[in-house]
Design a protein around this ligand. Structure first.
Ligand SMILES: Cc1cc2nc3c(=O)[nH]c(=O)nc-3n(C[C@H](O)[C@H](O)[C@H](O)COP(=O)(O)OP(=O)(O)OC[C@H]3O[C@@H](n4cnc5c(N)ncnc54)[C@H](O)[C@@H]3O)c2cc1C
Length: 503
């Protein structure tokens, strides 16, 4: 059997990647070892950049339905909170949504687009040559082989694909022992003040958040302590003892729905690609889950990779396009790793950290600092260095700006132009004739002429399918130069024009 792309791991990242591949007409088979979606949610928050990409694919309403929007975030639990409402984003808030629901919604989207999702199928081995990758898959008592043009490991932090591909995962091991329990607290009135919420004591951290009644998510983090066995099941007693050590309070717990352990191991794959094998999501990077970023980072990896891999399979990818995936995404992951380490260091219970927290509190009260950190944790600061000389328009490299527009067919926002997963040349007014494109890219890039509603600073924008701006012409651009720059950008990102003139 042969398929275009095998995606190993049907977590959120693998599912979104499969959907993106299908959107571009590429065959995608997801192999997931679990029989069903994990009902226990690790993540509970989607960040503004993720909301922007969901909006771009027309999915945001499904995600927002029945889930809370919160215009804040925190940095190391220090007050004042981050004010996301100040972001230059159409979605300046976090969406509070359990990961299991996120996964169900992405899976439904991937299936609607025709992705094949095989649950209960575990990848146990793989090999590659110049032309194909072959995986060995275990399904119950039987095994089979599957061949593909490419394979993407979206199989989480312990990634089998990463190990089998021989990709190193350097970084630091755990220096804290964290426990998670979705439990019923027998006498909640015995909880120390400050809980529910996050509490930093001289011995560690306790976080408690109400889930569906009567369940509460309790998280403890103890510094300078290691789990004796990272894979050993957690018991209620173990969690109770940890709460006692952190808070000095004996808290009775019952009805555990889910108990788990984790650490602050922080690692980044040395490369995201080995031949025909790529990595995305936690398979490529792990860090302490502070600030709600791992899932968001991974979904944004999938959005970056999907169209590039599809272009490769569809045969029109310009040389080197696929390698821009790692070039763009590895630095973004590196920045998140550094920032989560910084947040955890600020949460260290050592009292010598207190002055630093106080100082940080003063800094957070400054609008500029608050905005800087809001951009950082929300992912809206991500800007790719397309032009190392940095001579391009300031919009180039960043995400599509939220310009209000009016198209003949009634579209009013840039996000609505990205639904099809193709590139978009947005022409505001009459700077460029749409015919400039008819020489070859029309199938890969949609030309949209629109009237600007407000006064825009640009007259034309070329967007990649993942929403990033690769070319922009300012209002005063000279027409001939504009055309040359546009053709260059089209060739760089969308390949040579088709000779039949239809793209
Ligand atoms: C306590 C906690 C709270 C968190 N909160 C947040 C948050 O609020 N926001 C946020 O953004 N992130 C958060 N995260 C991180 C987030 O949960 C992960 O980053 C996210 O799940 C990564 O998605 P993924 O698809 O890359 O990997 P995973 O979700 O781990 O999915 C990998 C999938 O691959 C499958 N698999 C593994 N090996 C194989 C194999 N050999 N064959 C087939 N299938 C395989 C697994 O069964 C799994 O379904 C949190 C994490 C923790 C621990």
């Amino acid at each position: 059997m042969a398929v275009d792309v095998v995606v190993v791991g049907g977590g959120p990242v693998g599912l979104l990647l499969a959907a993106e591949l299908r959107l571009a007409g590429v065959g995608a088979v997801v192999l997931e070892k679990r029989p069903d979606i994990n009902p226990h949610s690790r993540a509970f928050r989607l960040q503004p950049r993720t909301l922007e990409i969901l909006d771009a694919r027309g999915l945001l309403d499904r995600f927002r339905k029945d889930n809370l929007m919160w215009p804040s975030a925190h940095f190391a639990g220090i007050k004042p909170l981050l004010n996301l409402a100040g972001l230059e984003s159409e979605h300046p808030y976090s969406l509070l949504i359990p990961q299991a629901r996120t996964e169900r919604l992405i899976e439904a989207h991937a299936r609607e687009l025709g992705a094949e999702i095989r649950r209960g199928h575990e990848v146990v081995d793989l090999r590659q040559d110049d032309d194909t990758v072959t995986v060995q898959v275990r399904e119950g008592d039987t095994e089979y082989e599957l061949r593909a043009d490419f394979l993407v490991g979206c199989d989480g932090g312990g990634s089998t694909v990463r190990k089998l591909a021989g990709i190193e995962f350097p970084g630091t091991g755990g220096s804290v022992a964290a426990l998670l329990g979705d439990v019923t607290i027998v006498e909640p009135e015995k909880l120390p003040s400050g809980v529910p919420g996050t509490m930093r004591t001289a011995n560690g951290l306790l976080m408690a958040v109400a889930l569906e009644a009567p369940t509460t998510r309790v998280l403890t983090t103890e510094f300078g302590r290691e789990h004796a066995d990272r894979t050993a099941p957690v018991t209620l007693d173990e969690l109770r003892e940890s709460i006692l050590r952190v808070t000095g309070q004996e808290v009775r717990l019952r009805d555990p729905q889910w108990l788990s352990r984790f650490t602050d191991a922080t690692r980044l794959a040395e490369k995201y690609r080995s031949g025909r094998i790529l990595l995305a999501g936690d398979a490529a990077h792990v860090h302490f889950p502070i600030g709600a970023q791992g899932l968001n980072l991974g979904l944004q990896d999938a959005m970056n990779l999907g169209w590039k891999l599809a272009a490769e399979v569809n045969g029109w990818a310009p040389k080197g396009l696929l390698d821009t995936y790692a070039r763009e995404r590895q630095p973004v992951a590196r920045a998140v790793l550094r920032e989560t380490q910084a947040q955890l260091a600020l949460m260290n219970p050592d009292e010598r950290i207190n002055p630093l927290r106080e100082l940080f509190g003063q800094l957070l009260a400054l609008d500029a600092v608050n905005l800087f950190l809001s951009r950082l944790v929300s992912g809206t600061d991500v800007r790719y260095a397309f032009d190392p000389a940095d001579e391009a328009d300031p919009l180039v490299g960043g995400y599509a700006p939220a310009i209000a527009i009016r198209t003949a067919d009634g579209r009013g926002r840039v996000a609505e132009l990205l639904r099809s997963g193709r590139g978009v040349l947005l022409v505001l007014g009459d700077l460029l004739e749409a015919s400039a494109l008819q020489g070859g890219w029309a199938r890969r890039v949609e030309v949209v002429t629109a009237d600007p509603v407000d006064k825009p600073e640009v007259k034309a924008l070329l967007l990649r399918p993942d929403g990033h701006v690769v070319w922009a012409a300012p209002l005063d651009a000279v027409q001939e130069e504009t055309r040359t720059g546009l053709r260059q950008a089209l060739t760089t990102w969308f390949g040579a024009p088709d000779e039949d003139g239809r793209g």
